[in-house]
Design a protein around this ligand. Structure first.
Ligand SMILES: [Zn+2]
Ligand SMILES: [Zn+2]
Length: 616
């Protein structure tokens, strides 16, 4: 037995050592426990355990944690032992650890325990033939011995802070015919402070979960009869979708994009021509009683827009031609992977396609980067760009000069716009460079939203042409882009980013009037404001319930309405209002009385300017 001398205290080593500590605690509490594997994972660790009929629950966590803390306080050294493989197999047998025995047999037979590298049917089989592994290492802390490659921290006292989080079922080695184990998860960090920060962030993320807020704020519903992954948007949710979609199109219109409209089903021949047919295994097929053609629910819009382009001869004078459309595409995602609005089967993209000459590419890319910048500045989100460029390999399609011009235009624009960016060489698709815009939310999580992709392939496949100034036929370059990406997915991000406190221009209800009493004078005065607001295009609600004013104000706060007006005898008499402003929007503490006209016009102005702070 040799004492392991290591100073490796990186998080992963700590987390993996924590898995040993948890396993030793489990074995001390349930000596019959049979152990699987216990790796470090993002934010923590887990161990797969077979406890027979004994089902772990959160009620057991405190007891396990206590046993773990005891082991941690004992500062048990992790010591390493090397055993010949057959001796190791004999150990696993005698200590009644069948899962370890299986892993050891795999090591002996195939030299690995990684299930994906092994033939599925051979997992755990025994061989008398050639031995691929001569000896294996074991690690011991206290009385607990575990098959492991290491490394570990020096002793159990050096593992930082942890918390057990949940227990879930997991098939042994991911194979459904195998026994179901219990996977016990914990999180672990170097310090108590880091752990607390992490736990607070999880709590905050739970509060902001878009599925929860979607229900509370009445934004969207999922109906069993309609099916999973097919959200239905309520009037309030539809306002959000429309405001985002309109914003995207308004921005694009400034740069010369024109709206087009395509159907939702299409003969699959289109995708065979474009080359997408085999690329989308998650297609929805539509059958026709009229024809024998195969129809698909469109999984993308690109080849359709290209069909509009080819519908008439194009000259260099017509270029660039820019089409935009907020439209749905459909992907038959696995039901287990569907999640609220972030993973759905109906995806609304703010898709666009620009067809231009190689000389025009640089300007078009610059325009797109400017649009992305304006959009996310207004949305109040930081972002960075990942520029995926070509390398020296010769697998790339298209003219090298066009590639180089496009790539340098992208980088120049990123610099000029002071965008945080990173160039990744060799990550471009073979048919063109692309840019992914990573957006950061209020919880510091990054999401890929906007994208742009140059495409030298589709124009070829779909035979897109224009006549240049010499009268020769040329291929245009196609640029795909989306500013929001999927509107559903973006909404899931934005609901959580804002915690449902949408900026005034997006808010489903921008102003709510609360009446102090239900007398005729109050009601008709309030109704007058409602009419006036509607004429200015504002979304306004009127709460004329007989509840107390305090209760109605709280309700308006819960609904996260930006401006709340309380209307009582004084307001009616003087024709003024004192707006209550939602906390995140307020700039000054005390708000003055305002004439109704002035108030409504100011709000309309704020909506138009898509501001995030109140000017009142
Ligand atoms: Zn280990
Ligand atoms: Zn496209």
């Amino acid at each position: 037995m040799t004492k392991e001398k290591t100073n490796t205290t990186d998080l992963e080593t700590m987390r993996h050592s924590m898995a040993h500590i948890m396993a030793s605690a489990i074995v001390s509490l349930w000596p019959e426990a049979k152990l699987g594997v216990g790796p470090a994972v993002a934010d923590g660790f887990y161990y797969d355990i077979d406890l027979g009929d004994n089902k772990l629950s959160e009620d057991d966590f405190a007891r396990i944690e206590k046993a773990m803390i005891k082991i941690i306080n004992e500062k048990q050294p992790f010591t390493k032992q090397i055993k010949p493989i057959d001796e190791a197999i004999a150990w696993a047998k005698s200590s009644k650890q069948p899962y370890k025995e299986e892993l050891l047999n795999d090591l002996k037979r195939a030299g690995t325990t990684v299930a994906k590298d092994l033939d599925k049917n051979e997992l755990g089989t025994i061989t008398d033939g050639e031995t691929k592994t001569d000896e294996v290492s074991f690690y011991q802390n206290g009385d607990f011995v575990d098959l492991c490659r290491g490394p570990h921290v020096e002793h159990t006292g050096k593992v930082g802070a942890f918390k057990l989080m949940r227990v879930a079922g997991a098939y042994w080695r991911g194979k459904e015919s195998n026994p179901q184990m219990q996977r016990l998860y914990g999180v672990a960090f170097a310090t108590k402070e880091d752990l607390n920060k992490y736990l607070q962030r999880i709590e905050e993320a739970k509060k902001r979960d878009h599925r929860k807020l979607g229900k509370e704020l009445d934004l969207f519903v999922i109906s069993d009869l309609v099916g999973p992954g097919l959200p239905l948007f309520t009037p309030r949710g539809t306002v959000l979708r429309d405001e985002l979609g309109n914003f995207s199109q308004e921005l694009q219109a400034k740069y010369g994009y024109e709206k087009v409209m395509i159907p939702h089903i299409t003969r699959s021949d289109l995708y065979k021509a474009s080359g997408h047919y085999d690329k989308y295994p998650e297609k929805f097929t539509v059958t026709s009683e009229e024809s024998t053609d195969e129809f698909l629910l469109k999984p993308m819009s690109c080849p359709h827009h290209a069909q509009i382009y080819v519908s008439r001869p194009r000259s260099y004078k017509d270029l660039p031609i820019r089409y935009m459309e907020n439209t749905q595409v459909y992907r038959d995602e696995k039901s287990g992977e569907l999640h609220g609005l972030s993973r759905v089967r109906m995806i609304t993209q703010d898709d666009s396609h620009c067809f231009c000459s190689p000389e025009q590419v640089a300007q078009e890319l610059t325009n797109i980067v400017e649009m992305v910048r304006e959009m996310y500045t207004v949305l109040g989100m930081e972002f960075r760009a990942i520029l995926s460029f070509r390398d020296d390999e010769d697998k790339y399609l298209g003219d090298i000069k066009t590639w180089e011009q496009a790539q340098s235009a992208l980088e120049e624009t990123a610099k000029a716009q002071k965008i945080d960016y990173e160039v990744v060489e060799g990550e471009a698709a073979f048919y063109g460079p692309k840019v992914d815009f990573m957006v950061k939310d209020a919880l510091d999580r990054e999401w890929q939203c906007a994208t742009l992709q140059l495409d030298f392939l589709q124009p070829d496949r779909l035979n897109l042409e224009y006549t240049d100034n010499q009268g020769n036929k040329q291929r245009p370059v196609m640029i795909h882009k989306a500013l929001l990406g999927s509107i559903e997915r973006f909404l899931s991000v934005y609901i959580e980013h804002t915690a449902g406190k949408f900026p005034i221009w997006m808010a489903p209800e921008q102003i709510r009037i609360i009446s102090v009493n239900q007398e005729y004078g109050t009601t008709s005065f309030a109704e007058g404001i409602v009419d006036q607001a509607k004429k200015l295009g504002l979304r306004i609600g009127f709460d004329n319930d007989s509840e107390s004013v305090g209760k109605k104000i709280r309700k308006s706060e819960q609904d996260k309405v930006p401006y709340t007006l309380v209307i009582g005898p004084k307001e009616v008499k003087d024709g003024v209002v004192t707006p209550r402003i939602r906390g995140d929007m307020a700039v000054i503490a005390v708000h003055p009385e305002l004439g109704i006209d002035e108030f409504l016009k100011t709000v309309a102005h704020e909506v138009k300017g898509r501001v995030t702070k109140s000017s009142l």
